[in-house]
Design a protein. Sequence first.
Length: 276
Amino acid sequence: MTRRAVARALVYLSLVLATVVVLLPLAVVFLTSLKSAGEMADDGGALSLPDDPLHLGNYVTAFQDGRMLTAFGNTALVLVVAVGGTVLIGSMTAYAIDRFTFRFRKLVVALFLVAALVPGVTTQVATFQIVNSLGMFDTLWAPILLYMGTDIVSIYIFLQFIRSIPVSLDEAARLDGANAFTVYRKIVFPLLRPAVATVVIVKGITVYNDFYIPFLYMPSEDLGVISTSLFRFKGPFGAHWETISAGTVLVILPTLIVFLLLQRSIYNGFMRGATK
């Protein structure tokens, strides 16, 4: 009983510590967003309470001067098109690799693995030249195509799920006169819902949080996304951390709401993806 009590106490202690590690930075950001510039200059401590708990001027400044409304619109457009394209391209590629027999199929799979192992930073010069030569620099198409064309992990996720679908379903549909695309559209793709949920979650979080690609390929302020809109409050002589914190809270709110509404689907997507 003593060992069991100690083990249970250690489990609860680890959970409490993990909760503190996760919530402490969020608490600091939230408290900072409610402070004025004068309070930040006084340096009363990261966890010090603001003089006016209802001070919302930083949120107004972040939303207006940071052009958050335009940033949210651009982010939503890039997110929907990029994630949708990733699901379509990844599932069709995985279907072709698993269901069709062609020369050098194993080599293609191996090349996908090699591409996943190459650091993306090492190819940025060539990638930038290609994007610029295609006339997509400083347009929304640059991050959209880059997000859709560099997700090797999604192909492997779909590939593992497709391998669990019996080939007999394809053969039965072929006997009824269905072609390869009809089999994919009416049989294979509907059975990939857990994989689609997993890819949408993983890819959506990546696109929503990415700063490097939008900052490099969309320098125009009119094409800013939420990750680059906060960078406007960082100057050569300092940063307006109270405004940046308010913008960070505004950025966190949509993902928090989505997580609270879809947490069951998120957990199921991860668990099913992990067991394949």
